[in-house]
Design a protein around this ligand. Sequence first.
Ligand SMILES: C[S@@+](CC[C@H](N)C(=O)[O-])C[C@H]1O[C@@H](n2cnc3c(N)ncnc32)[C@H](O)[C@@H]1O
Length: 213
Amino acid sequence: MPEPSFLTETRTGYDTIAAAYAEHFAGELDSSPWQRAILGAFAEIVGAGEPVADIGCGPGRVTGFLAEHGLAVRGIDLSPAMVELARRHHPDIRFDVGSMTALDISDGSLAAVVAWYSLIHIPPAARPGVLAEFHRVLRPGGRLLLGFQVGTEVKHHEEGFGFAVSLDFHRILPEEAAASAEAAGFTVDMRFVREPAGWEPTPQAALLLLRPN
Ligand SMILES: C[S@@+](CC[C@H](N)C(=O)[O-])C[C@H]1O[C@@H](n2cnc3c(N)ncnc32)[C@H](O)[C@@H]1O
């Protein structure tokens, strides 16, 4: 079966902007206490040494943060250029090219999955399949952390960091994400919504979900 066009366009877009994205967001966690608080609490809840995948890891800034907080984390991204940068920035962490729509990870093998601003590139119709994949790779008691922009629109970008791209950003309502995750078998542990800061055009949300025993 041919690859869905949303995957091809997202891969091409992020391959094109990978270096500029990595440079732009290099220090962003340092100036974002909320992100550090959520990711730090997530690392503490999951527990040091536990196997975790950061899916849609980009250049690996969150992967690196979680590794510094003791998790046995690996990164996976659709964009080979992003994976190459992540390997260069974090030579001690494993990074692989792959898609959250069909993960090359065994059933029940992970303590946690993070999809930090990456589920936003999955059209709503494909979201249940991705949540089912996250559920499949988590062991009972495992956790899923999602970060995303709040809203109902699809923001289409024909330009990113001065380059021509074709990228869709699907904003998501927290209640909609929670309902989709519950339909996939998760329960909701934590919902977080904050107002936009600085350049951000929308409120930002995080959900921590549990795969029950
Ligand atoms: C906005 S960036 C976020 C990167 C990183 N999580 C961060 O916070 O810096 C979105 C990333 O998700 C990746 N991505 C998009 N769709 C994906 C998919 N189907 N599977 C894996 N990664 C995907 C993109 O290649 C890109 O690196």
